[in-house]
Design a protein around this ligand. Sequence first.
Ligand SMILES: Nc1nc2c(ncn2[C@@H]2O[C@H](COP(=O)(O)OP(=O)(O)O)[C@@H](O)[C@H]2O)c(=O)[nH]1
Ligand SMILES: [Mg+2]
Length: 253
Amino acid sequence: MNIGYFLGPAGSGKSHATATLYDWMNRVELDVITVNLDPAVVRLPYAPAIDIRNYVSYDDIVDRFELGPNGAIIAAMDQVAVKMDEVIEELKEYGAEYVLIDLPGQMEAFAFRGSGPVIISELSRGNVMAGAFLIDPILCSTASSLISILLFGLSISYRLKTGMSFAISKGDLIQNQRLQRMQEWVENPEFLMDDLRVEHNVLNAELSQRIAQLVIEHEHLNEFPVISSETHQNIDLIFAEFQRIWNSEDLFA
Ligand SMILES: Nc1nc2c(ncn2[C@@H]2O[C@H](COP(=O)(O)OP(=O)(O)O)[C@@H](O)[C@H]2O)c(=O)[nH]1
Ligand SMILES: [Mg+2]
């Protein structure tokens, strides 16, 4: 199976991107299913073939352990990790060529805890994996905030040991002028460097430029789309990025 998963902070648009990419893949007649791995989600914009809420009850965890929302989702993700064997059995029964996975926005599970890496490594067994890290435009309004979130995403990709692409979500909400500047950043990293140079609040100009250089060289920024689930803008580029990563993972299989 070719598995593509969406990661990113809460509200960055993962569930809507899952729905939009699923519709697009269906339209071009690819054999695809969706999997919801967010145990705490209330409403989804798509009907998942496999739903983790049938395995793990977030409400039970809140009641039983008297946890707040943050602790409860961390505990729920531990249970998701334990249930992955059963989820993978169900996945095999579908036998789909492509699988889209919608993950929760609780980044702690992926950045610091064991559950995120366990979930991804269980899915990786015998399958090729690719991630798309979605960035809400609110979180990257300045060059340094873009670099900072790319570094965060890179660090998670490093922990998960799978290829990850990046995309800015909700392109339809970005003002034209800002959208143009973001596109300039991703098409020509020199613009990103220019804006980093003029940001006065940068703690250490040399360090931030070196970080920018590292991220730019690593992430092929010119393949870094601004997408929208509202207008469907560039949703096909997410699939192209998944394919690029699946193909490069295949080389090492
Ligand atoms: N305008 C606009 N809103 C979006 C887009 N994608 C998601 N949203 C909205 O952003 C909110 C969070 O989206 P969701 O997909 O649930 O984010 P998730 O928490 O990352 O799964 C919802 O209110 C969506 O309607 C988009 O491309 N354009
Ligand atoms: Mg979601």
